[in-house]
Design a protein around this ligand. Structure first.
Ligand SMILES: Cc1cc2nc3c(=O)[nH]c(=O)nc-3n(C[C@H](O)[C@H](O)[C@H](O)COP(=O)(O)OP(=O)(O)OC[C@H]3O[C@@H](n4cnc5c(N)ncnc54)[C@H](O)[C@@H]3O)c2cc1C
Length: 382
């Protein structure tokens, strides 16, 4: 069997693999590279929301933008403009249609293979990538596959969403609801997230931060109770559903897999541990990966900058140890910081002084307790 050779192999044609492909295509000598994209063809269900202050490389795929965000809890509610940001939505169908039917066919240097990769090893200054009955060689290999020995996250953001259609226009189409804690049915961290696409169509999602998924009825009951409270006299029909599970990991991630292949996306720790937002982090990472590939530089930047990883870990520790105070933490956060400040903080673009300003208003005891525990645990493992 002849071993097909490529300059670049990308394993996984998902959010990270395709965004990286797009960024690599901007390199000056891109047509000279022979590129292989391998995907197992598993069904892809998700759509993505993200916020950005300026144009995103995939802005043309955005089908809906909101300029205001709402946070609500029993004791406090706020709806604010988010300038300089805007909150965008890209449906998965639009994203994958664009790459599969427009972008890839326009680039004759890309070969697409449907196969389930099961092994990557170092070979001859590059990588041997093996699937069941096939194998390829790549000079450079980017992989969406998490190393087998990766620690399992203790916490998940898991959710079920209903795409609903109301019998009349009742929704504010310029405002997305980031977190609504007003309906509390369970002894767990949970809230409702709403994306109104038009006056009568929306995605309403029941979201939990906890150790494991719930049965379907648990999410359904929360969405039903929320709709009943928010729109008591309106009838809705459910046109589709979405389920998902995003890891909220306290562990650190490596940039490289066991054979030295470059990890991308979720496998490289691009999920923001405290929120689950990943799309824009993957965009930023893809831009850097392509730049460093073009300039032959090492890939040496962390998925999450030092102190922000620490903040994320503290919040995750609190969610595990004291889930009942999490609603109060978010309420205080949104009461004292503006929406753009919160978004900048979640983007990890705030200064230390701005972060102190935010933390001053949060319940300091649990954070201090978790910080001390964290420091002792770390020194204990040295
Ligand atoms: C339902 C849902 C909704 C989400 N919504 C948002 C959101 O609104 N905003 C946000 O920022 N983040 C969101 N996320 C989180 C995040 O954006 C995604 O998890 C993101 O898709 C991660 O990108 P990835 O490329 O690492 O993984 P994926 O997109 O899952 O891509 C991995 C690809 O590799 C393929 N693959 C897997 N194993 C193999 C194998 N052995 N061989 C070959 N191919 C393989 C898969 O089929 C897939 O195509 C959401 C996640 C989910 C699940």
């Amino acid at each position: 069997m002849v071993l097909q050779k490529f300059d670049i192999v990308i394993i996984g044609a998902g959010c990270a693999g395709l965004q990286l492909l797009q960024q690599l295509s901007l390199l000056e000598n891109w047509p000279d590279y022979k590129v292989l994209l391998i995907d197992d063809g598993a069904e892809k269900q998700q759509s993505w929301c993200f916020w950005s202050a300026s144009g995103h490389p995939l802005q043309h795929l955005v089908t809906k933008t909101w300029h205001q965000l709402t946070f609500s809890a029993a004791s406090f509610s706020t709806c604010q403009p988010i300038q300089p940001y805007a909150y965008h939505y890209i449906p998965g169908s639009v994203f994958f249609d664009y790459f599969n039917h427009q972008f890839i066919p326009q680039h004759s240097n890309i070969t697409v293979m449907r196969a389930r990769v099961n092994h990557v090893t170092k070979l001859g200054g590059g990588y041997l990538i093996k699937a069941q009955e096939m194998q390829w060689w790549g000079q450079t290999c980017y992989s969406s596959l998490a190393p087998k020995e990766s620690p399992k996250p203790e916490l998940w953001q898991h959710f079920k969403g209903w795409y609903i259609e109301a019998e009349q226009d009742v929704l504010d189409t310029d405002t997305a609801i980031l977190m609504d804690y007003t309906v509390q049915l369970y002894n767990k961290v949970h809230f409702v997230y709403v994306l109104p696409f038009s006056g009568n169509k929306a995605l309403v999602e029941a979201t939990f931060f906890s150790e494991r998924r719930e049965d379907e009825e648990t999410y359904d009951r929360l969405i039903t109770a929320y709709l009943h409270q928010a729109f008591p006299y309106i009838k809705f029909k459910v046109t589709a559903t979405e389920v998902g599970c995003i890891p909220m990991s306290r562990h650190s991630f490596s940039r490289y897999g066991a054979a030295g292949e470059v990890l991308i996306g979720q496998a490289a720790g691009m999920v923001k541990a405290s929120t689950g937002y990943t799309f824009n982090r993957i965009t930023r990472d893809s831009i850097l990966l392509a730049k460093h590939f073009g300039e032959k530089l090492p890939y040496q930047w962390p998925a999450t900058r030092g102190r922000f990883r620490f903040y994320d870990q503290l919040l995750l520790n609190i969610i595990i140890a004291k889930p009942y105070i999490v609603r109060d933490i978010f309420t205080r956060l949104f009461r004292h910081a503006t929406m753009p400040q919160v978004l900048r903080f979640l983007n990890e673009q705030t200064t230390l002084a701005q972060e102190v300003g935010i933390f001053l208003h949060l319940p300091w005891r649990p954070f201090l307790k978790q910080a001390v525990k964290h420091i002792f645990n770390r020194s204990g493992t040295k």
